[in-house]
Write a new protein. Structure first.
Ligand code: ZN
Length: 541
């Protein structure tokens, strides 16, 4: 089987046909948009055509607004003409035709900065955001994992980082952005332009524009009640820099901005594409092994590496296994999720409907973000299907080939995966890391204790150039890497479907017990009075 899978994946690869159909034919795939629904239907039909059973869509619930970018341009009309590289921020309203206005830069970093601009911005196009330093690109934008990188990834971190700090800082930032939007709208600003952020190795330059919720007036811009209050666009950093420097030098700049965007509904639902190769072992066929990735993308590129790659790899895995007419003992099920980019909605929704859920914190600070981004509070609630799922395998770290796998701190898998990977070593698959990796759909499974895995992949130019950018396009995909990934993932899925037992699990998560476990031990320091006793004694005094 190892050789047959490899041969089908390499010699008979059809992965780039799926890739072109998806990333040239059905784009962009922003959640809530008509195009994403089309992609859901096309993937469902492709799964049926390759021989899968039960190909269907599942509704994971209401998402928010449907939106499409029809046209976006910004040019300078005075003191000189210049054509700029720009895209609409996701869910930006339209400018209703070309809008010509004086540009102005505002220095808004906190709420008290609003005062100095009151009454001064009406009718203007506002540049919002400090100009950043643009360094030359001296390192390669596309890199592969070297032996030293793999060694580092394989090492278990013994210092426990508090991940929450960065998250809270981020929340503060986007909360301010939303307030700034409300202020600028109340001041009757015509439109807003923000500079593109940078990428790894100075990749956020040279025409690349990163266009995600960072180019919006807030994290929830897809919901009507948090909608962008003004047209907003993100511009290439060098173009932003020119206007910024002219304005700083007190030169009057006129911009013409045309954002043509279309809203297609306020209460659009999201769907997952699901299909199966039914199991054949009378005792095991009700058990399931899952494979997948997210189908949705951002809107400025074509979502080739994020996550067209993971989507077509999962499609090719199912095609390979169908073409080989495998008779798996367990059922093999593919899931293509949507709403990943806004909060893993599709995968969490599926897991909640089928397997179980951990209730989230209702702390007021947490309520600012969507359900699955809130702190798990517990206790866990499980559904009967929870007992029947062996594992979920995910690809969503770009289009680079697979170099190993993250165990999500489930050490029991290591000897099993080592065996599975041994015949894949010549394909560059060698590394097992106990570490957790986050940010994508395997988390939804892992969060309730289902073995859920993301592979270690070569980064290529994912972090530097393609992730959420206008340059996330077909040309960034490497056929050989995708074929390798399909061969490796198909091997994992097949092995999991044929194994005598389901994959071993971690203990069930109990977030409600975390706080007491982290609380400092009592009575450790000799001679120290207990805080309570101490304060009582104080009072008596
Ligand atoms: Zn992604």
């Amino acid at each position: 089987m190892y050789q047959l899978i490899r041969n089908e994946a390499v010699a008979h690869s059809h992965i780039m046909e799926y890739a072109s159909a998806l990333v040239d034919g059905i784009v962009p795939r922003l959640t809530g948009s008509p195009n994403l629904k089309k992609a859901n239907e096309w993937t469902r039909d492709q799964f049926a055509a390759m021989g899968c059973k039960n190909a269907h869509l599942e509704d994971w619930g209401e998402f928010g607004m449907g939106w499409q970018q029809l046209a976006a341009s910004i040019r300078m009309t005075s003191p000189d003409t210049a054509v700029f590289i720009a895209q609409a921020g996701p869910w930006s309203p339209s400018t209703n035709g070309p809008l010509t206005a004086a540009a102005t830069w505002v220095d808004l970093k906190e709420e008290k900065d609003f005062d100095k601009y009151k009454g001064k911005l009406a009718g203007k196009i506002v540049l919002l955001g400090e100009m950043r330093e643009v360094k030359p690109v001296e390192k390669s934008l596309s890199t592969r994992l070297e032996e030293s990188d793999l060694k580092r990834i394989a090492g278990y971190p013994t210092r426990h980082e508090d991940g929450n700090k960065g998250w809270l800082e981020f929340l503060k930032k986007i909360e301010f952005r939303e307030k700034a939007g409300q202020f600028l709208a109340a001041e009757h600003v015509a439109a807003v332009v923000v500079p593109s952020r940078d990428g790894r190795n100075e990749g956020g330059s040279g025409g690349t524009v990163f266009d995600d919720s960072g180019a919006d007036f807030g994290w929830l811009a897809y919901r009507r009640e948090h909608a962008n209050p003004l047209p907003i666009a993100v511009m290439a950093i060098e173009n932003y820099g020119r206007v910024y420097r002219l304005l700083k030098a007190n030169v009057a700049v006129q911009l013409e901005m045309n954002l043509d965007t279309k809203f297609t509904g306020d209460h659009e639902h999201g769907f997952d594409t699901i299909a199966e190769i039914p199991g054949t072992d009378p005792n095991l066929k009700d058990e399931v092994v899952m494979v997948g990735g997210h189908l949705d993308s951002w809107a400025s590129g074509t979502g080739a590496t994020d996550n067209g790659a993971g989507t077509v790899v999962a499609m090719e895995v199912m095609r390979i296994l169908n073409a080989l007419q495998v008779k798996p003992r367990r059922t093999i099920r593919v899931g293509l999720w949507t709403g990943e980019e806004q909060g893993l909605f599709g995968s969490y929704g599926y897991v909640k409907q089928h397997f179980g859920f951990i209730p989230r914190s209702t702390d007021p600070a947490e309520l600012k973000v969507t359900e699955y981004d809130r702190k798990p509070a517990g206790p866990i609630q499980l559904l009967p299907e929870f007992q029947k799922i062996s594992a979920y395998f995910n690809v969503d770290n770009g289009g680079g080939k697979i170099r190993g796998i993250y165990l999500q701190e489930n050490a029991t898998e290591a000897p099993i995966f080592e065996q599975w990977m041994d015949p894949l070593k010549d394909l560059g698959v060698s590394t097992i890391s106990l570490r957790n990796t986050g940010g994508t759909d395997h988390e939804a499974f892992d969060a309730i204790g289902i073995p859920g895995f993301q592979f270690i992949q070569d980064g290529l130019d994912y972090g530097s150039r393609t992730h959420h950018s206008n340059m996330d396009v077909y040309e960034r995909l490497i056929p050989e890497d995708l074929a390798q990934a399909a061969a490796v993932e198909a091997t994992f899925v097949f092995n999991a479907a044929m194994r005598d037992q389901m994959l071993p699990r971690k203990p069930l998560p109990h977030p409600e017990l975390e706080e007491p476990r982290k609380a400092p031990l009592k009575g450790v320091m000799p001679g120290a009075m207990e805080a309570e006793k101490e304060s009582k004694e104080e009072k008596q005094k």
